[in-house]
Design a protein around this ligand. Structure first.
Ligand SMILES: O=P(O)(O)OC[C@H]1O[C@H](O)[C@H](O)[C@@H](O)[C@@H]1O
Length: 561
């Protein structure tokens, strides 16, 4: 349907309120109107994510309630037991997060489905934990993770505590497609409270999550006075992360005061993504004042964490996600090995665009490594599978995009336990006179220098997404023989799946010297992402190869208009 027709439907709808209609009527820019109505905000495997505002291609209470009705229909089809098991909803600090949570719980109530709500903001991993703890059939987190402040989102989880995969997402999507906004069943607030279908989660859940998290610590022979700077980036991490560190007995955790409390404007952060070094501006200042050993920051929904380590007084090194993942797997497996408790069937999972250092470390200690598509839901789906088949014991999962999970009480990336392990790891080495930069150097000396580069090209709007498609098409169709000065060995196109890895729009190129790179459109942001990896015994050579390959690839990519 043409966007103007969709807009008129919106303006004439009996359920859309005057405020939302007026918001549209006041827009004079035709492109803006087109962008708001040219499609329905996509419900993908990541659920919904979009800019907050009126329109079918925006995050608002109508789009959220329609998606919730779709999910409710899928749950109802599974019968009364599923409806009684219900849905847990968590929300973060974003604009409208609480409102969307409220709307969703009223839709579930109108459909006779039980809902569990937290009394306040919570990190995403606590939702994953809660779904399993409460035996719910499904879960939702209202969050746009690390997207800019204009965004909100709606991530859907299933009974194993991990995000839904294509099967359930498609089921929900096909229900959503059958619905008009007018078809959504919604209960008014008062009746919802009286219905008894909404329950506020009690504190025993938090306590149980903390207990499980704390039980995963691996060493007491650590320097608990290590000086650490932490920024929750005005998100949900502040209380849980500090609580866990306090329980572990750390005495010198310093929180960036401007970024301590929830703030949906992320005023001093800007783009609240700890993958971006700019998010560390305030933390670095505080760390320099305190001469801190370690800095770390969690993203707004506290599922991802990035860290910086002191190199010398006043100078901090930003570890990327591959390096942090490698350090963590190295620390965890070596401590388990010290105690002789690495299970014989232990396995680690990473994505196909995550570097190979973690794999080499794991394999050196007899731990198998498996690969999945990008997205923690894929990583966790293997853990879920092994719960049933008992084929492997899931130990650790990670991605280069700074998501990590250790253990099996949470089936998503968990920045609470990862923060605890990061601080413990730094404190362990501090006691032995080493900082994390030195430890990484030791790892490189043992396993070779792994260098990596991630370039994201932001291309927004309809034009942007079309250009991204053209870029992918170009790479798919061209017959390249070399990149930089290195010959191409093999290309893998995941479009129709490859070996055990499911289908996805990803191209991966292996070069003759063992270097490789991958290109894919981001699934969460308007970006095309280019991941390049080189390895060499000589650090300078590894860096040089990286530079050459990158220059060549960027020239090729930018030549596509
Ligand atoms: O590269 P993208 O598709 O934007 O995904 C980046 C990240 O987004 C989310 O946080 C997913 O849960 C991650 O698993 C993924 O790595």
């Amino acid at each position: 349907m043409d966007y103007r027709n969709k807009m008129n439907e919106w303006l004439e709808s009996s359920v859309i309120d005057l405020e939302s209609k007026a918001e549209i009527e006041n827009i004079k820019d035709e492109n803006e109107l087109k962008d708001r109505f040219y499609r329905d905000l996509e419900f993908g495997t990541a659920g919904l994510r979009g800019i907050i505002g009126a329109g079918t291609n925006r995050m608002n209470k109508y789009v959220v309630s329609r998606a919730t009705q779709g999910l409710a229909n899928v749950i109802k089809k599974r019968g009364t037991e599923a409806m009684e098991r219900g849905v847990v909803i968590a929300y973060d600090v974003r604009f409208m997060s609480k409102e969307f949570t409220d709307v969703a719980s009223r839709v579930f109530a109108a459909n006779g489905i039980k809902t569990y709500l937290f009394s306040d903001i919570r990190p995403t991993p606590m939702l994953s934990y809660a779904v399993r703890y409460l035996g719910a059939i499904s879960g939702i987190v209202v969050t746009a993770s690390h997207n800019p402040k204009q965004y909100n989102g709606y991530k859907v989880y299933w009974e194993e505590g991990s995000q839904i995969l294509d099967d359930i997402a498609n089921e929900i999507l096909s229900e959503i497609k059958k619905l008009k906004y007018e078809d959504v069943e919604i209960m008014d607030y008062k009746r919802t409270v009286e219905s008894g279908l909404v329950e506020i989660i009690k504190s025993d859940l938090d306590e149980s999550y903390y207990k499980k998290t704390l039980s995963k610590s691996l060493s007491e022979d650590i320097d608990k006075d290590i000086c650490v700077v932490y920024s929750p980036l005005n998100g949900t991490g502040n209380k849980p992360v500090r609580y866990v560190l306090e329980q572990r007995g750390f005495t010198n955790i310093n929180v960036v005061s401007e970024q301590e409390h929830p703030d949906p404007t992320f005023e001093t952060v800007g783009y609240p993504n700890p993958e971006d070094i700019k998010a560390f501006e305030y933390s670095i200042k505080l760390a320099q004042e305190l001469n801190a050993d370690l800095i770390f920051a969690t993203d707004p929904d506290c599922d991802r964490v990035a860290m910086m380590g002191k190199k010398s007084v006043g100078e901090y090194y930003a570890f990327n996600g591959n390096q942090t993942g490698a350090l963590l797997i190295h620390y965890i497996l070596n401590r388990l090995n010290d105690k002789n408790i690495i299970p014989f069937d232990a396995a680690m999972v990473k994505s196909i665009v995550t570097g190979d250092l973690g794999r080499e470390i794991a394999e050196s200690l007899g731990v198998s490594t498996f690969e999945t598509l990008t997205g923690f839901k894929h990583i966790c789906s293997l853990a879920n599978l092994w719960d049933k088949t008992r084929e492997y014991k899931f130990i650790f999962g990670y991605e280069e995009s700074i998501g990590y999970v250790y253990g099996d009480h949470v089936r998503d990336k968990d920045a609470v336990i990862s923060s605890m392990m990061i601080v413990e790891m730094a404190a362990y080495y501090k006691k032995r006179g080493k900082n994390l930069v030195e430890v990484l150097e030791e790892i490189y000396r043992e396993f070779g220098y792994f260098k990596e580069d991630l370039t994201s090209i932001v291309l927004e709007g309809i034009e942007g997404s079309e250009r991204i498609s053209r870029m992918m098409k170009y790479f798919r169709e061209q017959e390249f023989t070399s990149f930089g000065k290195i010959e191409l060995k093999e290309r893998i196109d995941y479009l129709n799946g490859y070996k055990d890895v499911a289908a996805s729009n990803v191209l991966k190129y292996y070069l003759e010297d063992g270097s490789w790179f991958a290109i894919r459109p981001s699934g969460t942001e308007p970006k095309i992402k280019l991941y390049i990896y080189t390895k060499d015994e000589d650090e300078k050579r590894a860096v040089e190869k990286l530079r050459e390959i990158k220059e060549d690839l960027l020239n090729k990519l930018y030549s596509i208009n």
